[in-house]
Design a protein around this ligand. Sequence first.
Ligand SMILES: [Zn+2]
Length: 248
Amino acid sequence: MARQDLENYIGQLLLVDTWRDYCPNGLQIEGRKNVQRIVTGVTASQALIDAAIDLNADALLVHHGFFWKGENACITRNKKTRIAKLLANDLNLLAYHLPLDAHPTLGNNAQLGKKLGLIGSGRFGDQQLGWLGELETPLTLAEFTLQIDAQLQRLPLVIGPAEQIIKRVAWCTGGAQSFFHEAAHLNIDCFITGEASEFVTHLARESGVSYIAAGHHATERYGIEALGQHLASQYGLEHIHLDLENPV
Ligand SMILES: [Zn+2]
């Protein structure tokens, strides 16, 4: 299919223009005009770009692309190497950040909830990015931790009493530790995001709301994969998802 048609379709699907974001969403690096094979992954790292080129991809779709607000805008050092490789191989780079976190079925939060057995019932936080929901069957924090470990193949960092009963949960994938300030007062038992900051320990202990940092990469690998699968079934594209190991 034409790359332009792919870009237009995803733009409408994810309502790209409606979000306030820290990076441009959509085509970030322009490559060939036609797309048949797509590769998806969390971050446009050198390793992911090299792997996509080895797979003869026409387009690489990621959650974390380039050109973040506040970063040095110059194309030097490892950013130069990454972009040079994309351009030399005529490989398109498309990136979808907050619009992908938020999509009601394909998004990172929707997909993580599904993975962890959470039934979504509401939203909270900046731009309503955070999700509220419930475990169908309440678990102790210790049991829920084991379930997360089994589902994400990564042992989370957990702050809270092992025997606490977890039913009402708030979550937001990636680096959403600042959302804990609001979430801790939403009558929930537990908050899940990808990363932790020092303050969350104290807020968890003082509010009685447990905190789970389940991995920035681990919580955000499912949205871009779901988007790739959706595009493959919609347009008959070949789709390969690459989950390059990242302990953070
Ligand atoms: Zn992220």
